[in-house]
Ligand binder design. Structure first.
Ligand SMILES: *Cc1c(COP(=O)(O)O)cnc(C)c1O
Length: 368
């Protein structure tokens, strides 16, 4: 059976790793895109020690409220209309304000004192050039919001935090710290700051400010280019598995799968595994991708390469290294402890984030 097993204990462990790295900051745990594909309902109980959660859409925010999350919810792209702004107020959601229309909604419709929506995450564009006010406007916008009664958190986002030495990092840090200092000196010393995603938490410990916003690291994947998840002591929060549904021997020179893409050099024992791109396993993996087979009888583990094209419903693996006695219903780990999702993402020319987010509804979902 195709199964996605979510491991809440791993998420709590990873959250604790973040807290150890950022002991003086609050944690806004990012659960957008259905908690990076893990399922919001499955992960919220594991995030009880976070100070808040971050989402990208109002629908996601309302879902989390409905599931009983009663602490901070940060809407990281803010409201998309005046109506959404009103709904954010109704449900006590804190919003990013990153452009003029959002500023106008906030100034025209001021939430009651004590409302979480009175905390505004003012987005400053320090060089990523997606969302945020530029240096010339951010001071006056901050002043207007402050005078209207908002508490401010100046927020920005790294473009290259995964690559510590990238020259834009120092530039973004310099711009952010200088504007934050100016706001604190000229408007209010209570204005807070928020800069770091997962990679920033790891690579820029001097710049954690009041709130860190970790995402991928909570799910056990490495956010940085030069250290593996294992080196960072992260535990994978997801086991993606399927099972062997047929065993075969392919003769020398015979080809396997669509396009007859892979050809056996010698007689090769192969197995069919009940998973494919229809489940979210990437079609484009290279020949270096492997799975771990756990023999249903002996519980021995075997590392087996993926061969031929990934199809919608199945893949073929080379089981030459497993014994002849390998049981037909053996479990196959697509990603989890080994291989890690980061490895498969590498073999598919993408990042773990994408593989996790685009899992389909077909695999059965269970909690560990
Ligand atoms: C998604 C997101 C994050 C988390 O990024 P990771 O790389 O997953 O840690 C942080 N901040 C904002 C604004 C985001 O949208």
């Amino acid at each position: 059976m195709r199964t996605i097993t979510i491991k809440p204990k791993a998420i709590t462990h990873n959250l604790n790793q973040v807290k150890q790295r950022a002991p003086h900051s609050k944690v806004l745990a990012m659960v957008k895109s259905n908690a990076y594909g893990h399922g919001v309902a499955a992960v919220l109980p594991a995030l009880q020690q976070a100070d808040g959660i971050g989402v990208a859409t109002l629908t996601e925010a309302l879902e989390a409220r409905q599931l009983g999350w009663n602490k901070t919810i940060g809407l990281v792209e803010g409201a998309f209309s005046a109506d959404e702004w009103q709904q954010a107020i109704d449900h006590d959601i804190s919003c990013v304000i990153h452009h003029r229309p959002q500023l106008e909604w906030a100034l025209q419709n001021i939430p009651p004192a004590g409302s979480a929506t009175r905390v505004a995450w003012l987005k400053y564009n320090t060089g990523m050039n997606r969302l945020g006010f530029n240096a010339e406007e951010v001071l006056s916008v901050a002043k207007r919001l402050h005078e209207a009664g908002y508490q401010l958190i100046l927020a920005t986002h790294f473009a290259n935090a995964d690559e510590r030495e990238h020259p834009l990092n120092a530039m973004q840090i310099q711009r952010f710290s200088s504007v934050l200092a100016t706001l604190q000196a000229t408007i209010s010393p209570d204005i807070q700051g928020s800069f770091c995603n997962s990679a920033g938490v790891v690579n820029f410990p001097e710049h954690h400010y009041n709130w860190v916003r970790p995402g991928i690291i909570l799910y056990g994947s490495s956010p940085v280019t030069d250290q593996s998840a294992q080196a960072l002591d992260l535990q994978p929060a997801m086991d993606f598995s399927a099972q062997i549904i047929a065993l075969q021997t392919v003769g020398a020179n015979d080809a396997v799968g669509y396009g007859s893409h892979w050809q056996a050099q010698t007689d090769t024992r192969t197995a069919l595994v009940s998973v494919g791109y229809g489940d979210g396993y990437p079609r484009v993996v290279t020949g270096d991708a492997y799975v771990t087979v756990i023999d249903a009888d002996s519980t021995q583990h075997y590392r087996c390469p993926v061969i031929g094209r990934v199809a919608m419903d199945m893949i073929v693996i080379d089981i030459s290294d497993a014994p002849e006695s390998l049981a037909l219903d053996s479990k196959v780990i697509l990603w989890g402890d080994a291989p890690r999702v980061d490895e498969i993402a590498g073999h598919a020319g993408t990042i773990s984030y994408e593989l996790l987010c685009r899992l389909s509804i077909r695999p059965k979902r269970v909690l560990a």
